[in-house]
Design a protein around this ligand. Sequence first.
Ligand code: AMP
Length: 112
Amino acid sequence: MENCIFCKIARGEIPAKIVKETDELVAFNDLSPQAPHHVLIIPKQHISTLAEINENNYELMGKIVLTASEIAKELNLEGYRIVANCNEIAGQSVFHIHFHLLGGRQMHWPPG
Ligand code: AMP
């Protein structure tokens, strides 16, 4: 999508600290990290929210979780959290599906 910031990162049009990339996915460091390790994993295909997942694209979500787990292993994380905010009420601010991989500090539950 033309003006989507994460599509621009996926196309290499704006800089990001890329952690991992495949034909279908890109993982890069969050600009405003909420933990010592904070990586965003996105599909290159523009999908706005988790509410748009369907039978044609759900496999991408499994690939994102697999990639998150691979990155966590590479970072030697003892434990980690994967978060995907769906829609503004849940805290989504960029409308291109992304999974946050957070680790490197003690986490608490429930989140705010
Ligand atoms: P969310 O609030 O779940 O939509 O998460 C969006 C995340 O994208 C936030 O954690 C932002 O810090 C992050 N973010 C926004 N723009 C960029 C960017 N250009 N590069 C890296 N991370 C970004």
